[in-house]
Design a protein around this ligand. Structure first.
Ligand code: Q9C
Ligand code: ZN
Length: 345
């Protein structure tokens, strides 16, 4: 399996996030990707290559130009406020919720951070743009390699992507790598693409991007949003709108769900993907479903990840895996590579 890896990911290194009234070290840290790339190499799964940079117009297929401009220039705006900000991460301050206007663009930087974000857990740092951009490069390159005949590819990226919408960041995500991969496949000739999101958290960004479309089927297995992040999307009654009606499938499971319950949901997801008959599959591969994950509440064991890969391989589709969440650093390399190895066998 061909893997695309961006060493610039390490430039996105948040200092802390606010968690239950406390500043805690960021869960989404560079060591995550380092461990996955090390395990991928150790198991001899295939080549790891640096992606070609994709033009900004490729990102504009998914994200709005003004959001991309904001992300690209945010750090210099933050520094312009005060040179001492160089040693601090940038956070949003005010969000345009119901009754506030989201059609204005305030001059205040922290206010605009709110306009373009959904939560307070996603610090923006000096290297966020370069890391997110080269991560998106990995995803588009992984999609492109499928069109060149690869059967399975892996975008070994961070920061993750599936919570990022067309014009907002959040949930540790800035650019929606899976959406960019799916859109690239379509732009390159695919008629239909399925996205299967198996991260513990609902991929609200990906769902919202494709909610009105029938050329991308979005299927997600995740912790029930009544108790789990992102809370405000991911319910079973969200089935798409307009032309997209019937092309969105949410399979929420209660926190604490067993491997048997999880695999039953995977079977439902695979049956729907089969009936859609896509030309290619994009997998949002989070391994925060593992029993030991520090911020999640499913109970998958490391061996279960091999079975996931096997089941996905049985779909027989050209498949681009895109790395999402997974925070139990010591185990994520094993769990991610187990999926990829299962897929190949
Ligand atoms: N501080 C992904 O897995 N915060 N994002 C949860 C823990 C948000 C997870 C509370 C979790 C987002 C890609
Ligand atoms: Zn997650």
């Amino acid at each position: 399996m061909l893997a695309f890896y961006n060493e610039h990911h390490a430039q996105h290194r948040g200092r802390f996030e606010i968690f239950r009234g406390e500043m805690v070290p960021c869960f989404e840290k560079p060591e995550r990707a380092d461990l996955v790339v090390a395990e991928f190499a150790r198991r001899g799964l295939g080549q790891v290559v640096t992606p070609h940079g994709v033009p900004l117009v490729s990102l504009e297929r998914i994200h709005t130009p003004r959001y991309l401009h904001f992300l690209r220039t945010a750090w210099s705006e933050w520094l312009a406020l005060d040179p001492a900000n160089a040693t601090k991460d940038a956070f949003p301050a005010v969000w345009p919720v119901r009754s506030l206007r989201d059609d204005v663009e305030p001059e205040n930087f922290c206010a605009r951070m709110g306009l373009y974000s959904m939560d307070s857990g996603t610090p923006l740092t000096a290297g966020t743009w370069i890391a997110a951009k080269t991560g998106a490069d990995c995803a588009v390159n992984a999609a492109h390699a499928l069109r060149l005949g690869e059967k399975g590819t892996f975008a070994l990226t961070r920061p993750p992507g599936h919570h990022a919408g067309a014009d907002f960041f959040g949930g540790y995500c800035f650019l929606n790598n899976a959406a960019l991969a799916a859109q690239h496949l379509l732009d390159d000739g695919a008629k239909r693409v399925a996205i299967l999101d198996i991260d513990y958290h609902h991929g609200n960004g990906t769902q919202s991007i494709f909610y009105g479309r029938d050329d991308v089927l979005f299927v997600s297995i995740h912790g029930d949003p009544r108790t789990e992040f992102p809370f405000y999307l991911g319910y079973a009654d969200e089935t798409g709108t307009g032309a997209g009606l019937g092309y969105n499938m949410n399979l929420p499971l209660a926190a604490g769900a067993t491997p048997a319950q999880w695999f039953a949901a995977l079977e439902t997801a695979c049956i729907r993907i089969n009936s859609y008959a896509p030309d290619a599959l994009v997998v949002s591969l989070g391994v925060d479903t593992w029993a030991g994950d520090p911020i999640s509440k499913f109970t998958l064991q490391s061996a279960d990840f091999l079975r996931i890969g096997e089941r996905l391989g049985y779909l027989g589709l050209p498949t681009a895996f895109v790395f999402e969440g997974g925070y139990a650093v010591d185990e994520i390399g094993i769990n991610v590579v187990n999926v990829l190895e299962g897929f190949e066998t």
